[in-house]
Design a protein around this ligand. Structure first.
Ligand SMILES: NC(=O)c1ccc[n+]([C@@H]2O[C@H](COP(=O)([O-])OP(=O)(O)OC[C@H]3O[C@@H](n4cnc5c(N)ncnc54)[C@H](OP(=O)(O)O)[C@@H]3O)[C@@H](O)[C@H]2O)c1
Length: 329
């Protein structure tokens, strides 16, 4: 299978190549793409070097699958051109996620919505993916009423330039600022740009995308997204009110039986999920599972996942695997 990786030099693109290799995705020809300035440079895949080509050369090669991680503008412009050439695009940007004609997919939750006709498939926001991996099974059992999520997001979620800013600030060097402030020793209640009603776009994505993925708009969700000087993954403090009463042991059992979710919850031994632990792993880790003592039918928990893996690359490769396994490409 011919596979184009668009944005192959970026934070997500580099992990994408690693995940494709680790999972031994059936690639016969790899077509790496990046911006004009990178054409002719090399990327590594399975110990071999591959030359980065232009977007137009990649379209002309008619790959079966193109995985995009190169920003929303690039996806809006080029994903339709790949689709016209017969390629199925899996897009990591926010460009197509809320388009009612496009599917927004977390394979463990809703891969069954995919058909052969889906030529542009949207990968959800990284914070959304780890959230719905936990909300999905609990919604089925107890029916969500209201969710309040506060995030503690890794700088890797902003891309290469943000990691460079943090590393330079740690060394006390002058850094080109991706964020409006220093991020080292800081916490910014500001992920992505401010938009309607003084929410950031990241918060709006978190409030809208889970409803589309779960196919359920009967619950309410509000979010505060915070950037912290961390690199191994995003953390989320989540308060969930259900329509129905729950049993804590049953909640733990449901989550521990959910593929892709690992319950890490033993406070006596100080065991709980952390970005230091999630870095480089594909699973979504959940812990600090406890009743909200302030009101009935309400749960508190803490979710951590590597935003570059399950939050981006792994989820996209899982979509590609599902397409191949079900003859949808
Ligand atoms: N980081 C995350 O956790 C995460 C999670 C989910 C989704 N995403 C999404 O994934 C995308 C990439 O994020 P990132 O963090 O990997 O950013 P990044 O580190 O800044 O990398 C951006 C990549 O896009 C390429 N690119 C930029 N403009 C291009 C163009 N006009 N044509 C072709 N390629 C172009 C860059 O190539 P050059 O090296 O040549 O500049 C680079 O490979 C974004 O849409 C982001 O929203 C990121």
């Amino acid at each position: 299978m011919k596979v184009a990786v668009v944005g192959s030099t970026g934070m997500v693109g580099q992990v994408m190549l690693k995940v494709l290799e680790e999972r031994n995705f059936p690639i016969t020809e790899l077509i790496p793409v990046a911006s004009e300035k990178s054409i002719g440079k090399k990327v590594k895949y399975k110990q071999e070097e591959f030359t980065i080509v232009s977007m137009n050369d990649a379209i002309a090669a008619k790959p079966e699958i193109a995985i995009f991680s190169a920003g929303g503008g690039t996806s809006l412009e080029f994903a339709p051109l790949f689709a016209e050439a017969g390629t199925t695009v899996i897009d990591n940007s926010s460009a197509w996620r809320m388009d009612p004609t496009k599917k927004l997919v977390v394979p463990e939750i809703n891969a069954d919505v995919l058909t052969k006709e889906d030529k542009i498939i949207a990968n959800p926001n990284c914070s959304t993916i780890q959230l719905v991996m936990v909300l999905g099974p609990l919604n089925k059992k107890y029916d969500l009423k209201r969710v309040i999520v506060s995030t503690y997001q890794s700088v890797t979620g902003t891309g290469k330039a943000a990691v460079d800013q943090l590393n330079a600030e740690i060394k006390g060097e002058d850094a080109e600022k991706v964020y409006p402030y220093q991020i080292f020793k800081n916490a910014l209640p500001h992920c992505d740009v401010f938009a309607d009603d003084d929410y950031t776009k990241e918060e709006i994505k978190l409030m809208k995308e889970p409803k589309k993925i779960l196919g359920d708009d009967t619950f309410n969700l509000t979010a505060t997204a915070v950037r912290v000087p961390v690199q191994g993954g995003h953390s989320e403090s989540v308060n969930i009110e259900f329509e129905n009463e729950f049993d804590l042991d049953e909640v733990r059992k449901i989550l521990s039986e959910t593929p892709g979710v690992v319950v890490m919850d033993n406070v006596k031994n100080n065991e709980y999920p952390m970005p230091l632990y999630s870095e480089g792993k594909d699973e979504v880790f959940v812990g600090r599972i406890r009743r909200d003592l302030s009101q009935p039918k309400t749960l508190n928990l803490w979710i951590v996942a590597d935003n570059l893996r399950k939050g981006a690359a792994t989820n996209a490769v899982q979509i590609a695997e599902y397409l191949v396994e079900n003859n949808l490409v």
